[in-house]
Every structure is written in structure tokens, then in C-alpha cells.
Design a binder for this molecule. Structure first.
Ligand SMILES: NC(=O)c1ccc[n+]([C@@H]2O[C@H](COP(=O)([O-])OP(=O)(O)OC[C@H]3O[C@@H](n4cnc5c(N)ncnc54)[C@H](O)[C@@H]3O)[C@@H](O)[C@H]2O)c1
Ligand SMILES: [Zn+2]
Length: 472
């Protein structure tokens, strides 16, 4: 079952903060929140302490029935009670229907929060600590991931693992448990391919190479990959490389045998914070980029920030454009964070947006901030001499100006340089991309408190903003 179809369940001891984090997570990923204790109280029409008076096993039976909400139904965020994991059959329900996240809070904090209340099992400190120690292994056993904050929980809900050294755990982390075909960028294969092969261990079935760069997203490369693959439907495709590799290999996974499991292992900043997250896969046509593709959410995404250490500076700058875009959308300076945290926070931001709107009907459009301009400039440059990242840096300037916002942050972080392209060609490309309706174009802008999309902007203003990005 794919992450998008699974409930997200929070487990952990009394006082770990499951309800607080669960509510925040539900808002972030756009799902209803259910607290199992509240549900039981509602159904039984009595408060938990009173229900507990009938004995712990009677209460566990109420919990067992309440767990039925995890079987089927639209995916939700559900906080379990501290002892629900001891209910017979609970572990199985979690395994089959949920992504289970453990809030592994220390016992002192739990006690401070739980003491003095009416929780039946939080009356005696020694007993509380004994029970805490007893429960830890049970949480560890059912958990798919641990979380200390909402970003961790969002990533877990999306099936994304961000961790230094994650590449070395690829055999355990890659989606599914069957054989794996490792597909990598021909250049990246030489740097990180052997580590990936070793980590996949006995799961490794075959290895495949895609050409470096955008050539990976051309039909001949796909055709070759389709024909090389030997997996059956129990197999997993593992895509090691930048966004071109994850886009192309992800599309192969979406189409081969009508769709098999896959795990992107992004190796560029662009791919770690953007391309490998959210389940969009695509290849190019001569008529344009990303014109053939599929939504195919990976069962697991493995992000190891250590892989960025071999990334050339100019590739890093490409990623920083998307990172600064994320800072603007999130209203927080994420681009100043140290690498591991920068990747974790940006990946979580994109994952949350995509969980809210997996098929790009609404919320997800905000990720196009600055991109209408960027695409027009790239097209006018004939996709040469102006990289996507440089074009996005310029596009962000235009979006900010049209939003009446200060551009200082983008200037300081990305130093955008005016593009040397033909103005008429850029304007023509922008109009091809975005059809004007009654003299207006619809753009993503930044307002208070955050991004808005499909905002009508007079064509003349858009043209002026575009012109400002182009060198005399
Ligand atoms: N699916 C999506 O949602 C989405 C989002 C954004 C971008 N994309 C796509 O992503 C692609 C761009 O991705 P990209 O910028 O990662 O380009 P890329 O995959 O071409 O990688 C850039 C270069 O870096 C090299 N490289 C990769 N990892 C390295 C490492 N760890 N050390 C040294 N060199 C390394 C590659 O060999 C390549 O030459 C575009 O095709 C774009 O359409 C997709
Ligand atoms: Zn982009």
C-alpha cells in the first residue's frame, strides 16, 4: 500500500505529545485528525478514567474495536493511546494500513507532562517509569519511523527518510522487500554506485545506467531501460542520481509492468529538496520538457545529505534557487541552515504540499513561484547558457516585484544576473506557456500570510516584470 493510501498513526508513551503533534501534522498534510482516546470516550460516553475502572483488559477491548477506523476509510492522522500497541492484533493492523510514527520522548519529559492529571497509569512515578521501559520495545517494533517534530512526521508520512548515512542502509530502506534494480546516472554511478550496490546486498538484482543530464529523459534512454529490466511485480526500482535520473527512472517504474515499487535516492540538491519528492515523474519530448509522465509516489524515498559533498558548486547553486523559493513560500530563512537541516526542512515543506495536493489541482501550484518567468527565459535562451536555477532566481525577483515584496533576500542569496535573451522571444514563450484570459495571466504571488496561486495579473504588468529580468 502506497504512503498516500495509508493512515498516519502516532504512537508513544503518555505525555510524549501525540495529540499536539498529531493535530499539527494533520493541518500540514491536510487530513482529518482523530485522537483514539477521544473517539473511545465519545463512543462509550464516559471519560477514560471511568472506563479504566472496569479493568485494563475491558479498556483494551474498547481500543481494539476503535482500531477498526484504521481498516479502510480515507487516510487520516490518528494518535493512539499509550497502551494501544499492547492490544492483540494492533501491530498487524498498523503494518497493513498505516505508516506508524514513534514519538520517542524521554521519560522525564513524559512524566512532567502526565503527572498530576487524571490519567489512570500516571499516578505513581515509579510505576510510570517501569511501564515506560516496558513499552519502549513495543513502540520500536511497530514504528516505521521516529519523529521529534512535525517536519519529521511529515517526511515519515510521505515515506521519505532523510538521514546522513542513509545510503548505507539502502538494503533495508528501499521500498518493498523483493529484488532491486539499481538505475543510476552514468557519472554518479562512478562516485556512489558501488556504495549503493553494497548497501542493497542480496536484494541487488541488476544494475542499469542512464545517460548523464537531460539525455536520461529522452525516449531512447527509456526504451533501453524498459528492455533491460528483468524485475517481476515484486521488484523495486532504485534510482540513484539527480532529478533527471529520478524523473526518468521513476517514469520507468510507473510504466514497467503497469507500475512497480520504486525508491529514489537523490544525489543533487535539486533532487533532494525538489525533484525526488512528491511522486511526479516525466520524460521530455522534442516539443517540450516533461510532456510525458505519471504520478507515481515512491513507497520510500531515501535522502542522504552526505551525498551532496561531491556535488560541484554550480550544481549546488541550482538547488539553492529552489531552496530560496522554499524559504519564500515557507516564510522562513531555510537557505541559511546547515546542509542536513536545510535538506530536511525543505524536503518536509515540499512533502507536505504534495501530500495535501498529490495531483496538482490546487496547493501544489505554489511550487511554481517564479517559474512562469523562469520557463520563458529558459525557452528564449534555447535551453543553453541559462540554467534552470539561474532562471528561477530571476523568476523569483519578478514574482516578488509583482507581489510588492522586497527582493533583498533573493539578491543576497542567489545574486541573479540579467538574462541575455531576446525580449520578444521570452514574451512569446511566456504567452505560449500561460494563455492570457481577458488580458490577464494567472500567476503565483506572495501575499500575507503566504503564497496564493491563480492570481490574475494584467498582461502589461507581467510583460514589464519579464523585461526587467533581461539585459539591455
Ligand atoms: N519531478 C519533479 O517534481 C521535478 C522537480 C524539479 C526538477 N525536476 C527535474 O529534475 C531535473 C534536474 O535535476 P538535477 O538538477 O538534479 O540535474 P541532473 O540529474 O542532470 O544532475 C546534475 C549533474 O550533477 C551530477 N551529479 C549528480 N549527483 C552528483 C553528486 N552527488 N556528485 C557529483 N555530481 C553529481 C549529474 O551527473 C549531472 O551531471 C530536470 O530534468 C527537472 O525537470 C523534476
Ligand atoms: Zn524549478
Amino acid at each position: 500500500m502506497a504512503p498516500l493510501d495509508r493512515h498516519v498513526v502516532l504512537v508513544g508513551f503518555m505525555g510524549a505529545g501525540k495529540t499536539t503533534l498529531g493535530e499539527a501534522l494533520a493541518v500540514r498534510i491536510g487530513r482529518p485528525f482523530i485522537d483514539l482516546d477521544r473517539l473511545i470516550e465519545g463512543v462509550a460516553d464516559a471519560p477514560i478514567p471511568e472506563l479504566f475502572e472496569q479493568g485494563e483488559s475491558a479498556f483494551r477491548e474498547l481500543e481494539r474495536k476503535a482500531l477498526g477506523i484504521l481498516v479502510g476509510g480515507a487516510p487520516r492522522v490518528v494518535a493512539l493511546g499509550g497502551g494501544t500497541v499492547t492490544v492483540p492484533g494492533a501491530a498487524r493492523i498498523l503494518r497493513d494500513h498505516a505508516i506508524t510514527i514513534w514519538l520517542d520522548e524521554d521519560v522525564d519529559t513524559c512524566w512532567e507532562r502526565a503527572r498530576g492529571g487524571d490519567r489512570p497509569l500516571a499516578q505513581d512515578e515509579a510505576e510510570f517509569r517501569r511501564l515506560y521501559a516496558e513499552r519502549q520495545p513495543l513502540y520500536a517494533e511497530v514504528a516505521d519511523a521516529r519523529a521529534t517534530d512535525v517536519d519529521d512526521a511529515v517526511l515519515a508520512a510521505a515515506g521519505v527518510r532523510v538521514e546522513r548515512g542513509a545510503l548505507q542502509q539502502l538494503g533495508a530502506l528501499a521500498a518493498g522487500d523483493g529484488p532491486a534494480a539499481l538505475v543510476s546516472d552514468a557519472y554518479v554511478a562512478g562516485i556512489h554506485g558501488m556504495d549503493a550496490q553494497l548497501a542493497l546486498g542480496p536484494r541487488l538484482a541488476t544494475t542499469h545506467e542512464l545517460p548523464q543530464g537531460e539525455a536520461a529523459k529522452q525516449l531512447p534512454a527509456l526504451d533501453r531501460l524498459w528492455q533491460e529490466l528483468r524485475l517481476d511485480r515484486s521488484g523495486t526500482l532504485v534510482a540513484l542520481g539527480g532529478g533527471t535520473t529520478t524523473d526518468a527512472a521513476g517514469f520507468a517504474a510507473a510504466t514497467y509492468l503497469r507500475g512497480i515499487e520504486w525508491t529514489p535516492v537523490p544525489t543533487t540538491l535539486v533532487a533532494q529538496v525538489d525533484a525526488a519528492i512528491g511522486g511526479k515523474t516525466a520524460i521530455d519530448l522534442p516539443q517540450g520538457k516533461n510532456l510525458v509522465g505519471a504520478f507515481h509516489w515512491p513507497g520510500r524515498t531515501v535522502i542522504d545529505p552526505a551525498l551532496l559533498e561531491t556535488l560541484p558548486a554550480e550544481q549546488r547553486l541550482e538547488g539553492m534557487a529552489e531552496v530560496v523559493k522554499t524559504s519564500l513560500l515557507a516564510g522562513e530563512n531555510l537557505h541559511d541552515l546547515p546542509d542536513d537541516e536545510l535538506v530536511r526542512r525543505c524536503a518536509a515543506f515540499k512533502a507536505a504540499v504534495c501530500l495535501r495536493d498529490p495531483h496538482d489541482h490546487a496547493d501544489r501550484k505554489q511550487l511554481n513561484l517564479g517559474h512562469t518567468f523562469a520557463h520563458a527565459l529558459e525557452a528564449a535562451a534555447g535551453y543553453e547558457g541559462l540554467t534552470h536555477g539561474r532562471a528561477v532566481a530571476l523568476g523569483l525577483l519578478a514574482a516578488l516585484r509583482l507581489s510588492g515584496r522586497d527582493t533583498g533576500l533573493v539578491e543576497a542569496a542567489l545574486h541573479p544576473e540579467p538574462a541575455r535573451v531576446d525580449r520578444e522571444a521570452a514574451w512569446a514563450a511566456l504567452q505560449r506557456d500561460k494563455k492570457a484570459h481577458r488580458g490577464e495571466l494567472r500567476l503565483v504571488l506572495l501575499e500575507e500570510p503566504g503564497p496564493v496561486w491563480d492570481v490574475p495579473v494584467p498582461a502589461a504588468d507581467v510583460r514589464n516584470a519579464l523585461d526587467e529580468l533581461i539585459a539591455e
